[in-house]
Design a protein around this ligand. Structure first.
Ligand SMILES: *Cc1c(COP(=O)(O)O)cnc(C)c1O
Length: 501
């Protein structure tokens, strides 16, 4: 196994030769140009690359192999749930009835899609233990914003206008405080307790008539189930605030714990994580939001309505004036939602609980293997949910090798790195989420690779610090890439380089 894909690829523009093309493309009718009004015609041919079909296909297939992907290897990126994406989802999403439906098609010709969306809402209501669901948000972070905007509107509608604070544990995903800020509210960060869980006293001290909401990730970003959730939610509701659950870690509790029944008022679901859509390349995703009866009236519009005669339609403009309005164009990322539906239907209710059990088993197996090896620190060694933290803090002190070096060295072993340096509360953190879809052989091979790298850190630290040695690109200047992004391609001068300036 190796992550070393093909070499970096020249761009199609560099492969281009004037007049080269594939003859298999149908020629347009002779009068095609005459059918276009003159003012819409190009004066010059577009500056497109001219290549034949094999070169074009090889170009894109080779490019696709430069990145590590779950289709090519294990991808234990914590908090991201990089599980296998069943190919039946892709078949369903490509059915022409879904894929080729015009987004502005009238309800009459969109009955199948509307029915699928409505049924998906019902399944997510069941999964979350909530009252109603919107499928509009485009991703988890967008779902958070939708949920917090609904909470803001809930307080406002009651004339309760002094609520400005959102309480967030310090182990939270960065999107939580970002959401509060985008909604015009103030984030109050609460330090975690010594066992990694929520500090009940810390929350109680910060709660008051100024609190709009708390945002809790459960299981937490440390992979730990929050056992004090009942007491916390009681305290939150006692001061008139609402409780938001970041549901990105739903893969650890599916079919076993319903946030709505536990007393949360609203949560988002990352369908691309829990219900398997290829993600990690920046989208598209879908972040449905489930709410209880307190927030139902504020759901984004339009909702999908099922009429008494069984037909489906979208809400009409202005039909529900309490709505916070539209959060996204049309009805959401329909292609992703079709995949989620296919996934849920193939697993069924009993299958969902099995997903959770297997994900938790895989994470605990891997955690215990690393703990037994004695080479990594395991700061929270008790039973974890679907992910756990290993730390290279001791390795760094003894050898100078850091978590980043270990992450890069894993590429030479054919594995994607886990999430590194998150959560921020643990020194040299690696957040490892194996998911339920991997075999025990893969889990063992990954544990063996990590243990071998830890030993190599002692015997040959230089090799680890200069990894990767087999990947198509070596160490990147990540800070430079973020601060001075160079996103423009220019033709090469002299020797070919991938990024001339
Ligand atoms: C992934 C994640 C998010 C954000 O979800 P996106 O779909 O990436 O916007 C929020 N919180 C947690 C804990 C996550 O893991």
């Amino acid at each position: 196994m190796s992550a070393s894909g093909p070499r970096l690829q020249p761009s199609l523009f560099e492969l281009s030769k004037p007049g080269r093309h594939s003859d298999k493309v149908p020629h347009p009718p002779k009068d095609a140009l005459d059918r276009l009004p003159p003012e819409h015609r190009r004066q010059q041919p577009p500056g497109l690359p001219e290549v034949n079909e094999p070169d074009a296909v090889r170009h894109y297939v080779n490019l696709s192999q430069l990145n590590h992907a779950v289709d090519t290897g294990f991808y234990p990126l914590g908090s991201c749930t990089m599980k296998w994406n069943p190919k039946v989802n892709e078949w369903a999403a490509r059915l022409p009835g879904f894929a080729q439906l015009h987004p502005m098609a009238p309800d009459d010709v969109a009955q199948g899609t509307l029915q699928l969306l409505w049924e998906l809402e019902q399944i997510l209501i069941e999964v979350s233990g909530m009252r109603a669901v919107t499928l509009q948000p485009a991703a988890g972070a967008h779902g958070e914003l939708t949920g917090i905007l609904m909470i803001r509107e809930y307080h406002r509608a009651r004339g309760d206008t002094g609520r400005t604070d959102v309480l967030v544990p310090d182990s939270a995903h960065g999107t939580n405080p970002a959401t509060a800020t985008m909604a015009g509210l103030k984030t109050i960060s609460i330090k975690a307790a010594a066992d990694g869980g929520i500090d009940l006293d810390g929350f109680r001290a910060a709660l008051g008539p100024q609190t709009a909401a708390v945002m809790i990730t459960n299981p937490s970003t440390l992979g730990i189930f929050e056992s004090r959730i009942g007491e916390l939610l009681e305290a939150v509701h006692a001061v008139g605030a609402l409780a938001y659950m970041d549901g990105a870690n739903l893969n650890a509790i599916l079919g076993r714990f319903k946030p709505g029944e536990a007393g949360f008022d609203v949560m988002h679901i990352n369908t691309h994580k829990t219900f398997s859509t290829p993600h990690g390349g920046g989208g598209p995703g879908a972040g449905p939001v489930a709410v209880n009866e307190k927030l139902e009236a504020f759901l984004p519009a339009p909702r999908v309505i099922r009429e008494p005669d069984g037909r489906f339609r979208l809400e009409r403009v202005g039909e529900r004036p309490t709505s916070i309005g539209r959060m996204r164009s049309f009805v959401g990322s329909t292609g992703v939602l079709v995949r989620a539906y296919a996934y849920l239907r193939t697993h069924g209710a009993s299958g969902l609980a099995e997903i959770t059990d297997d994900a938790v088993l895989a994470a605990n197996y891997l955690k215990d293997r690393l703990a037994d090896s004695g080479v990594f620190d395991i700061p929270f060694p008790g039973v974890c949910k679907h992910e756990f933290i290993a730390s290279a803090s001791s390795i760094k002190k003894q050898t100078g090798v850091r978590t980043l070096d270990i992450a890069k060295r894993l590429l030479d072993h054919g594995f994607h790195a886990p999430t590194v340096y998150f959560p921020l509360t643990v020194d040299e953190a690696m957040l490892i989420e194996p998911t339920e879809t991997e075999s025990i052989e893969t889990l063992d091979a990954f544990a063996d690779a990590l243990i071998e790298i830890a030993r190599e850190a002692h015997s040959d630290p230089e090799t680890v610090k200069t990894a990767p040695h087999t990947a198509p690109v070596r160490r990147l200047d990540e800070a430079g890439a973020a601060r001075n992004p160079n996103l423009r391609w220019r033709p090469a001068v002299g020797d070919w380089t991938p990024c001339p300036d």
